[in-house]
Design a protein around this ligand. Structure first.
Ligand code: NAP
Ligand code: GDD
Length: 422
């Protein structure tokens, strides 16, 4: 393994990809740039500082560079002289799918034109279904860490597009692993695979941990199970540093709007502002272990800092129903939901407790799944003990942050990161 730090993220335009790119840039993946620039400056101006001071400074800039890099006083220097060590500056790379309109809304705040100084994020067109393209990108970027977050990630949609889901989410991982081998980087790269709690499906034990048997319940989960095992096989067969992160649901204001949490918080904001009347949902009794995406990308990073690859569950250790999420989200805009009708049927509805003629939530069977995952509850003990990782955003705080963000977006006081997707 090398001490270069060059990360490649597939799925960088998605929820997790955007938080991870932010995290890696924040973590100072430009550390060596700072030290090299400072060394060059001190070598050039050594007559001013004297040989002894220069040597001492070089020593410290090598060994204390992380702390030097974070000092704002050095940022203008780093930006001004970055071309002296351009190689080290190209630290975070992302693969973006070609689209007829921009699909980079979630990372636009990180992206700068390549002709500017201080560029930290580089984007490449690519697709997990195109092996030649993946070999080309990996061979030229020569990453030291790859985070494979790209996927057709919607469970319900996977029933409509099972073949594509298998190709992208299952075989796509095989393509990535073989691209690493073709590029001759199997001893250089640490690889993270976005595995999922959906593998537990029809759960065989509660809570679910790394040792719980899998029982996938959708084409999405079956594809991800192939990905899980091909990764384990390549790890054992070729001694590669490959890690499965078995992540339970994680949400944020950047969550795609067709996932249930964001669908709810968007609807709550629009109903509050009088733009919509009713929110239509499927199974209100499904239970999920919901955390915050920002916490979970930190866990992904920690997994790849380990010397030995392994598989880890990331979860909060709490579970809540969709119904509870609905109640809490409406409560944040001052609306109390009262449930009426036969629970668990399409007859059930949620009305405004202060004006029961207002039907705010209805059940639409179109959102039911052919096979449902009723209960997910993770046991994150291994991640806590080995990585020192814990989920730090409580459920109530997560719901509140998402509702406030969507309310601000609907009122036009905050930008809509997805507006070009509409
Ligand atoms: P997301 O918001 O749906 O993002 C998916 C990303 O994958 C997007 O950047 C998307 O590009 C890209 N993508 C889709 N098809 C692709 C293809 N054929 N080639 C290359 N890239 C492709 O998902 P997320 O919530 O960030 O989740 C990230 C990963 O973690 C996914 O693999 C997901 O299955 C897994 N996961 C998520 C959770 C969760 O609760 N969020 C839990 C466990 C596992 P576009 O922007 O162009 O669509
Ligand atoms: N999407 C959606 N829309 N889900 C609904 C709705 C609705 O209108 N009504 C009820 N639900 C229920 C679903 O049936 C499911 O039980 C639960 O809400 C959560 O659905 P999603 O938010 O779509 O997430 P998911 O759990 O199916 O999948 C997410 O988490 C997985 C990890 O467990 C995705 O991010 C997957 O990519 C990820 O692997």
């Amino acid at each position: 393994m090398t001490d270069r730090k060059v990360a490649l993220i597939t799925g960088i335009t998605g929820q997790d990809g955007s938080y991870l790119a932010e995290l890696l840039i924040e973590k100072g993946y430009t550390v060596r740039t700072a030290s090299l620039v400072l060394i060059i400056l001190f070598v050039v101006y050594k007559n001013h500082f004297g040989q002894f001071l220069t040597k001492i400074f070089i020593f410290f800039s090598f060994f204390l560079s992380p702390s030097l890099n974070t000092l704002p006083i050095f940022h203008p220097l780093i930006n001004q002289y970055h071309y002296y060590c351009y190689y080290y500056y190209e630290q975070v790379h992302g693969i973006v799918r070609r689209s007829s309109c921009f699909n980079t809304g979630r990372i636009d705040h990180l992206y700068r034109d390549r002709h500017d100084t201080g560029v930290k994020l580089f984007l490449h067109y690519g697709d997990l279904c195109d092996a030649t393209n993946l070999i080309g990108i990996i061979s030229s970027v020569k990453p030291t860490e790859i985070y494979n977050l790209g996927a057709m990630s919607h469970v319900k949609v996977s029933f409509d597009m099972p073949e594509y889901t298998a190709d992208c989410d299952g075989v796509g991982v095989l393509r990535m692993l073989d691209a690493i081998r073709t590029a001759g980087l199997e001893k250089e790269v640490k690889f993270y695979q976005a595995s999922t709690s959906e593998l537990y499906g029809k759960v065989q034990e509660v809570p679910q941990s790394e040792t719980t048997p899998f029982y996938p319940r959708s084409p999405y989960a079956v594809a991800k199970q192939y990905a899980f095992w091909i990764l384990v096989n390549y790890r054992e067969a070729y001694g590669m540093h490959l890690t499965n992160g078995i992540l339970f649901n994680h949400e944020s204001p950047r969550r795609g709007r067709t996932f249930v949490t964001r669908k709810i918080t968007c609807a709550v904001a629009r109903i509050k502002e009088g733009l919509d009347k009713t929110l239509y949902l499927g199974n209100l009794d499904a239970k999920r272990d919901w955390g915050h995406a920002r916490d979970y990308v930190e866990g992904m990073w920690r997994m790849l800092q380990e010397d030995t690859p392994d598989d880890y569950v990331l979860a909060t250790g709490e579970t809540h129903t969709v119904r509870e999420f609905v109640e809490k989200a409406f409560a944040h805009v001052g609306i109390i939901i009262k449930w009426k009708g036969e629970p668990g049927t399409v007859e059930e509805e949620g009305v405004d407790a202060s004006d029961e003629s207002r039907v705010l939530v209805k059940v639409d069977e179109r959102y039911f799944r052919p096979t449902e995952v009723d209960l997910l509850l993770g046991n994150p003990t291994k991640a806590k003990e080995k990585l020192g990782w814990v989920s730090s955003t409580p459920f109530d705080e997560l719901v509140k942050e998402m509702v406030l963000a969507d309310h601000a977006m609907v009122k036009g006081t905050a930008p809509d990161c997805e507006k070009l997707h509409d």
